[in-house]
Ligand binder design. Structure first.
Ligand SMILES: NCc1[nH]cc(CCC(=O)O)c1CC(=O)O
Length: 319
């Protein structure tokens, strides 16, 4: 008997096609079922101007979710850091596969590292989170570079450096790895320097919640630790009431003693884009055993950050 192919809805961008293709392979391996990619054009893909105006929150996600709800596709893959923190009731987050490298990186001219950039160097990024932390690092380390707001996909950003318009751009390691361009990286930024976006490096696999068989089948791809970590990170973001373009960094990681996992640490940062004011805190405790415990960890850290004035640092938007 031939099985009906599972339809995987995907954006057409190089990154989306790469990560959808990789998940399609994993689902084929895991379930033995054929998977076909169905391209969905999103509002953000059609109009750069529209994207700038509506601020980018979840635009790439919405069209895929609409196609799921309408039954046009069976499942979809998102970059988890682009997912809004509220989960629609009719959709299930069926799997969060093992996270890729969560770090940000720079791609600079002449193979330069961040600390080698000459005075007055221009670093492109569209992210207030990256600007805030890079500028704070420059202030505290006597560096003198300037962050410049840019937009565009990975290829476009790298081209700014190739064309000599900028000295460097900041990108996520995971995105470069997925599209096979990791050799472009000239410096991996330590998470002590730039804390990544909540969920960075992780993928989210969604299908409709009423499709129990598919929820279970896709669940085979879930990595429980990654799920707990990103749940805590996103809970922090939600509790700070910050949108995806807010200058919030968060990362949960495991503290191990040899092979034995001891605890989970959750770090969070909020800052003004000029880097002049930052609230950066961390909490360490037992690895959450339930979804609710992971949510509570994020909320608790957010409460502490808000008590230190985090809310007053988040009003800005990068221009
Ligand atoms: N902001 C766009 C975006 N959304 C997801 C990734 C790739 C990294 C990931 O999956 O977390 C990127 C590119 C980037 O930030 O460089």
């Amino acid at each position: 008997m031939t099985q009906q192919a599972l339809r995987l809805g995907t954006r057409r961008s190089k990154l989306a096609m790469a990560q959808s293709g990789q998940v399609a392979d994993a689902v084929r391996r895991m379930t033995g079922r054929p998977v076909e990619l169905v391209e969905i054009t999103t509002y953000g893909d059609v109009s750069r101007e529209a994207l700038a105006q509506i601020g980018g929150t979840g635009v790439f996600v919405t069209a895929l979710r609409d196609a799921l709800v309408r039954g046009e596709v069976d499942f979809a893959v998102h970059s988890l850091k682009d997912l809004p923190t509220t989960q629609p009731e009719e959709l299930a987050l069926a799997a969060v596969p093992e996270r890729e490298d969560p770090r940000d990186v720079i791609v600079a001219r002449d193979a330069l590292k961040l600390t080698d950039l000459p005075r007055g160097a221009r670093i492109g990024t569209g992210s207030p989170r990256r600007m805030a932390q890079l500028n704070a690092y420059a202030r505290s380390h006597g560096l003198d570079f300037e962050t410049v707001a840019i937009r565009g996909n990975v290829d476009t950003r790298i081209r700014y450096v190739r064309d000599g318009e900028l000295d460097a751009v900041v990108l996520a390691a995971a995105g470069l790895n997925r599209i096979g361009r990791s050799e472009e990286v000239t410096d991996f930024l330590s998470v002590d320097t730039v804390l990544p976006a909540p969920g960075q490096g992780a993928l989210a696999i969604e299908c409709t919640a009423d499709n129990a068989d598919l929820v279970a089948a896709l669940g085979e791809l879930d990595d429980p630790f990654t799920r707990v970590a990103v749940t805590a990170e996103r809970s922090l973001l939600a509790a700070l009431e910050a949108g995806c373009s807010a200058p919030v960094g968060a990362l949960a990681d495991l503290l191990a003693d040899g092979q034995i996992v001891k605890e989970m640490r959750l770090r969070g940062v909020v800052g003004t884009t000029d880097g002049s004011r930052m609230v950066q805190l961390s909490t360490t405790g037992p690895v959450p055993e339930t979804h609710d415990q992971a949510l509570a960890l994020g909320r608790e850290l957010a409460t502490e950050m808000l008590a230190q004035g985090a809310a007053g640092l988040m009003g800005e938007r990068a221009q």
